[in-house]
Design a protein around this ligand. Structure first.
Ligand SMILES: NC(=O)c1ccc[n+]([C@@H]2O[C@H](COP(=O)([O-])OP(=O)(O)OC[C@H]3O[C@@H](n4cnc5c(N)ncnc54)[C@H](OP(=O)(O)O)[C@@H]3O)[C@@H](O)[C@H]2O)c1
Length: 299
């Protein structure tokens, strides 16, 4: 009888552990995304999910799907008009909000001390959260100092875990660094194989600021997904041009935020931590640099 009870207990323990690990992998916990430590000690995932153009139901479903697959960093902006959809996607996923890194941006028309405070509250409400992991000044226009002062206060009140900027060149960043009480943690700039900005990266990093790259695929412009060099390199590792591109940025120490509404691409873009590009691969990709923004219409 004693032996039977012991065996039954062992069987129960085995089943419990097995069920738990299956449930974990279904929830995407088996995906390993490394983190970067920002200059204030906050940890940020090295790879996240971009949300530009993912509006309404597409936005809601894409965000919920991405969370189920293992994405934890979400990049949105007031000007994308989808903070509400991102918030609904988060709710739909059922995940504990504290497990996410939610980042949004202050738009040009909201610059200045008072406007920034109001815009921040609007973003929180739309996202359905009571704090942000990161808040960025979207573009270096208007009253940067006033906005920064407001963001510093919100940071000190514990309403934002990290504050930063986007599209700042080295002069604009240096100017802000000189006047700021709290240094920017991140500068989000355009970075892809056709616009590599190595000098800009070095200058930003010299200030102790983490570089985050937007439009890693240049939205597919210039035939990025069929580029011969990227495809050939990918063949060696059984990876696509998209995966090679993300890996190349990650190896440069850059945080990446690819965007897609296609679940197959979502999985593909996550699957970049099991191979390493060698020096010659890195050099071949460096030679693709056209040294010019792929989005001249935005400048
Ligand atoms: N701070 C700024 O000023 C700024 C500016 C631009 C962007 N951003 C941020 O950066 C994020 C990423 O940039 P982005 O949205 O401009 O473009 P992107 O990520 O460079 O490219 C998105 C395009 O790539 C396609 N794609 C994604 N994964 C793929 C894969 N594995 N294979 C083939 N195609 C793939 C998507 O296809 P589907 O359409 O089929 O999904 C979509 O058309 C944005 O979403 C936004 O969060 C910031």
């Amino acid at each position: 009888m004693k032996k039977f009870i012991k065996n039954a207990a062992l069987l129960w323990a085995f089943l419990a552990v097995t069920t738990m690990s299956i449930a974990q992998s279904n929830y995407g916990k088996t995906v390993f995304i490394p983190t970067k430590t920002l200059n204030n000690g906050v940890k940020m995932p090295a790879l996240g999910f971009g949300t530009l153009e993912l509006n309404d139901s597409v936005g809601i479903n894409s965000v919920a799907k991405a969370i189920s697959l293992g994405y934890r960093l979400f990049d949105t902006a007031t000007i994308y008009g989808n903070e509400e959809a991102v918030g609904k996607g988060i709710k739909k996923s059922g995940i504990d909000r504290k497990k996410l890194f939610i980042s949004t941006k202050l738009w040009v028309s909201d610059m200045g001390y008072e406007n920034t405070k109001k815009a921040f509250e609007r973003s929180l409400k739309k996202l359905g959260v009571d704090y942000l992991d990161m808040y960025l000044i979207h573009r270096p226009h208007g009253d940067v100092q006033g906005s920064w002062k407001a963001m510093e206060e919100l940071y000190k009140e514990g309403k934002i875990r990290a504050i930063g900027v986007s599209n700042f060149d080295s002069v604009q960043l240096a100017d802000l660094m000189a006047k700021a009480e709290i240094k920017p943690a991140v500068n989000q700039i355009e970075l892809n194989p056709f616009f590599q900005q190595p000098k800009m990266q070095r200058m930003i990093e010299k200030f102790g600021v983490q570089v985050e790259g937007w439009s890693p695929f240049a939205q597919g412009r210039n035939g990025l997904f069929t580029n011969k060099v990227l495809v050939e390199i990918g063949k060696k590792y059984n990876k696509t041009a998209a995966q090679v591109t993300l890996r190349w940025l990650i190896q440069r120490g850059i945080i990446v935020i690819p965007r897609t509404s296609n679940p197959a691409y979502m999985k593909e873009n996550l699957n970049v931590f099991d191979f390493k590009l060698n020096k010659s691969d890195m050099q071949k990709i460096a030679a693709l640099d056209k040294k010019t923004s792929q989005f001249p219409e935005w400048n």
